[in-house]
Design a protein around this ligand. Structure first.
Ligand code: SAM
Length: 216
């Protein structure tokens, strides 16, 4: 994603009750207490890691008011775009965290999360950067630490080398593959699928979209 520094984005995140800028301790106080102290309900929590401009997670929050959603994004200037979309949502079931997903287990307690979505994650094509891929063993282990026993991940991408890499990483991290498609939209837009910004673009270009579902 091309990044443009958006002036005032950090301030806007600090001022918005639906976003947390996790620098320092901010957000860690909720670890293990997100349901109780932030959402104030006992609904499951689903996360999207690297939510970008937030189309997918905002639509999911609209469709599933009985689920608490948390979108994680590394860059403030991208997260503020998601805040613009968030304004169209009436519910209180969507929060954004500005943080690097490397720290995910510092902000969530063991078993606190029921599901994780990874959509069109950055491919990091060089071998020496493989650990940075959000579906590497290193990240799967982090997710494993915060997911409930029945929890899992859904990953979509149009990047076949990244998808194949992810399929290889799952067994290495002790995960099992539950669903796998190399062309999710081969018969037209898949039912019960919410398109992300990237997915819409690549689908229109005719790129096959891959999707997997896996559990620990
Ligand atoms: N998920 C969106 C979509 O499908 O349209 C955005 C995809 S974009 C290619 C990947 C996003 O993940 C970027 O916004 C990037 O800043 C974010 N990202 C990459 N690595 C991250 C990390 N370690 N922690 C949090 N966000 C990350």
């Amino acid at each position: 994603m091309r990044l443009r520094n958006v002036k005032g984005s950090q301030e806007r995140i600090l001022d918005n009750k639906y976003a947390i800028q996790t620098d320092g301790q901010d957000g860690r106080d909720y670890r293990g207490l997100w349901r109780e102290n932030y959402f104030r309900n006992d609904h499951p929590i689903h996360i999207e890691v690297g939510m970008g401009k937030g189309r997918f997670i905002t639509e999911m929050a609209r469709l599933h008011p009985q689920v608490n959603y948390i979108g994680i994004e590394k860059y403030s200037s991208v997260l503020v775009r998601a805040l613009d979309k968030r304004e169209t949502l009436e519910g209180d079931n969507l929060l954004f965290l500005r943080m690097d997903a490397e720290d995910i287990d510092k902000y969530f307690a063991p078993g606190e999360i029921q599901w994780i979505y990874l959509n069109f994650s950055d491919p990091w094509p060089k071998d020496r950067h493989a650990k940075r891929r959000l579906t590497s063993v290193q990240f799967l282990e982090r997710y494993g630490r915060i997911l409930s026993p029945e929890g899992g991940i859904q990953f979509k991408t149009d990047n076949r080398p990244l998808f194949d890499f992810s399929l290889e990483q799952l067994p290495l991290a002790g995960w099992s593959l539950e669903e796998c498609s190399y062309d999710l939209h081969k018969d037209g837009p898949a039912p019960d699928n919410v398109m992300t910004e990237y997915e819409e673009k690549f689908y229109r270009q005719g790129n096959p979209i891959c999707r997997l579902v896996a559990r620990r």
